[in-house]
Every structure is written in structure tokens, then in C-alpha cells.
Design a protein around this ligand. Sequence first.
Ligand code: SF4
Length: 193
Amino acid sequence: MIASYIALSMNIHELPDFIELCHKLGIDEVVIDNLSYVLNESMFAWRTFADPFEREPRTFKRIINITLERARELGIRVFAYPLSCWELIECPERPTESIFINVNGDVSPCVFLNLLVRGNDIPRCFMGRCFKTRKVIFGNVSNEGIIGIWDSKDYRDFRSKFIRRKFQGLTVDYNIDLMPPSQCITCYRLYGI
Ligand code: SF4
């Protein structure tokens, strides 16, 4: 059994107690998640991670370390997402291998590109700025087969940007060919958060 804990500035201090609780409940593994999607400006204050060019938050890091140590003593596996940004080749949602289908049957690469909000635009905040980003929907399972949607040109083009990065890696020669899909540039998940 795996428990997930979204670490926020107002609850991260309870993490060591959470580990004790998990031990009592017989939970095997804990994932410490970040607030990886910031919907509005006031939520920036809830973050425990640092934006690029900000210093890693030492107090939060210390709490995570205490938590990891206690979990080790109790025999609970813990995976903690980092508290600072580093660009990944592909985000942990793994859009080259997985799909997201919402309650209406719309197919997207991940939940963050298809939040259930009215209209076609989703609010998103990144590195101190808030804006709207267009939903990314490649088809609907009520109208066509999932394989056909997965194989559509637009969906293949989207994935190919990540696949190219997987093959070439992110080196000092980072150039326009290695850019992720435009909607992903301002997504904290791409930076390991
Ligand atoms: S980087 Fe973000 S928006 Fe792009 S596929 Fe991953 S989770 Fe979705």
C-alpha cells in the first residue's frame, strides 16, 4: 500500500508524524509530492519547492531529511520529489507511454493539459507569472478508437518532441530541435517538481 502526501508550506512540518501514522497503519511506501500545479497567484505561497534561480528552501529540506531518516528506521520506503527545479528529458507523467482520458472521454497526454474547467483555456502559474494555456485534446473515445487517436499526426508530433530528447539527451548542444512541446515549457512537472 502506498500513501501520497502533498507537501505544502502549511503542512510539511507534519511529515514526520505522518510517517509514524503510516507505520501504525501498515503502509509500505510513501510518496512525498510537491504542489506541482499552481492555479492562481495566492497558491505560490503554498509551495515548498524553489523556482529556478531561487535558493533551495533549507528548512523544508531539513524536514524532508528528518522524515527520510525516521522512515528508514521504521522500514518504510519513501520517494520525495526534489525541492528545486531541474529540466528532465521527459516529465514523470511519461506522455510517450501513457494517456489521460477525462470523464467526458477526451484524450490528452496528461491531466494538466486537460483540467476540467469551462472553456478551452486552463489557468496556470509558473515562476511568478499566471496566465492561461490552451487545453490539449487529441480526440474523444466516444467518437473514435483509442489506437486511432494515439496514432493521429498531432499526437505523434507531440510525443516526437519528447522522443527526440530521449534519443539525443539534453546536452550542452541544447537547441530548438530539443525543445519540449510548447505547453510543457511552463509546466513544473517537466522540471521534476
Ligand atoms: S510536461 Fe507537464 S504538461 Fe507536459 S506532458 Fe508532462 S505533465 Fe503534461
